[in-house]
Design a protein around this ligand. Structure first.
Ligand code: SAM
Length: 350
């Protein structure tokens, strides 16, 4: 698909036309990754963060946040839930927390691999290459690091680097691939200052970088962040600003599926947050094939407030598990069995 065609889809408001896009994305999804929806148990292991990202509620500058870091035993309890629910993967996610040391996490990864058959995804920010290598050697399978936006000027505006460091997520993504991880990335849709041209470039980069998993979620303003407090002044000129709507997010999901048929695409929690009733199902019927039910202990869930009113904060793991599985069955889809590795990575390895 050419740049102009992607742009036309992103700007299209014609319902009938969009139905064609949803149908095509759903067909491509079915033909390439099948009817299975793989579930990944999400464990938000820490909300400490060294970074001050302009949009994120757990940024270091947000003094209102009560910080926590789960113990190894608490993490293992959540891992056990993942096994009990029949999920194939756990995702260990956190702020960029240097209190999570290389050795501590390596021990936990080793324990998970000894006690379960689960695949392990890490999502811990921009960690040092030596740590990424050590965690891979300990048994971690996948690493998720969104590049958020391909517009370098916008990226720099909302991601102040750590002192003496330069943040180049594309370089890290290339490194992750070389280390042998299945590589996940993604973007937020509707960041103040994100233009339609930026979004087209983001989608084309998913393909160019041959990424194995792409997470696409709407930007949701958080009042405790610079961007959330003053979105207006950062917006693109009229007509150029991408809206952070459910519709726009679904268009990006659908176009990404069509361009990258074999990858895994989650129907994100952020999408389920802006449309609590149908967001998750819309994502799944417009190209997505993954859901990440939250297994973080309830007492910590509401403290991992990257944006307000996050879906899943008001229910426990059992409730999320049943609700998500029921909605998958109601769509005529099936809950995936096994790890749900990316078909894209398998092709590359051959
Ligand atoms: N520290 C890790 C990192 O930076 O990749 C993982 C945690 S980070 C909180 C996970 C993701 O949350 C980010 O990649 C970002 O896209 C998303 N996020 C943070 N704030 C958000 C907001 N206000 N609206 C939507 N998504 C947000």
């Amino acid at each position: 698909m050419e740049k102009n065609e992607i742009l036309e889809w992103l700007k299209s408001d014609d319902q009938e036309n969009l139905e064609k896009l949803w149908r095509l994305a759903d067909e491509v999804r079915r033909d390439n990754v099948g009817e299975e929806v793989h579930l990944r148990g999400l464990i938000e292991v820490s909300n400490f963060c060294a970074r001050d990202c302009g949009y994120c509620g757990i940024r270091v500058g947000n003094q209102e946040v009560c910080r926590y870091r789960m113990t190894a035993d608490e993490i293992m309890d959540s891992v056990q839930m993942s096994v009990n629910f029949g999920y194939g993967t756990v995702v260990l996610q956190a702020g960029e927390d240097y209190g999570i040391t290389c050795e501590w996490l390596s021990d936990i990864i080793t324990r998970i691999k000894l006690e379960t058959n689960l695949a392990i995804t890490l999502s811990l920010g921009e960690r040092a290459e030596a740590e990424l290598v050590a965690w891979r050697q300990a048994g971690a399978d996948r690493y998720l690091l969104r590049f958020e936006t391909s517009n370098r000027e916008l990226y720099d505006r909302i991601h102040p680097p750590l002192p003496g460091r330069f943040s180049d997520r594309f370089q890290i993504l290339r490194g992750l691939r070389e280390i042998g991880y299945e590589v996940g990335s993604g973007i937020m849709v509707g960041i103040p200052g994100q233009s339609f041209d930026d979004l087209v470039n983001d989608i084309l980069l998913f393909k160019e970088y041959d990424i194995d998993m792409i997470g696409i979620g709407p930007y949701i303003p958080h009042p405790g962040t610079p961007l959330g407090m003053s979105s207006e002044e950062h917006l693109c000129p009229s007509g150029e600003q991408v809206p952070g709507t459910e519709l726009m997010t679904c268009k990006v999901v659908a176009l990404t599926r069509i361009l990258c048929p074999l990858i895994n695409i989650p129907s994100t929690t952020a999408l389920a947050t802006i449309n609590r009733v149908e967001g998750r199902v819309h994502g799944l019927s417009r190209g997505a094939n993954i859901v990440m039910p939250n297994l973080t202990p309830k007492k910590y869930r509401e403290l991992y407030e990257i944006y307000p009113a996050k879906a899943s904060c008001d229910e426990n793991a059992d409730e999320s598990n049943s609700r998500i599985k029921n909605s998958i069955s109601a769509m005529g889809r099936v809950v995936g069995v096994g790890r749900g590795d990316s078909a894209n990575k398998k092709t590359r390895a051959v």
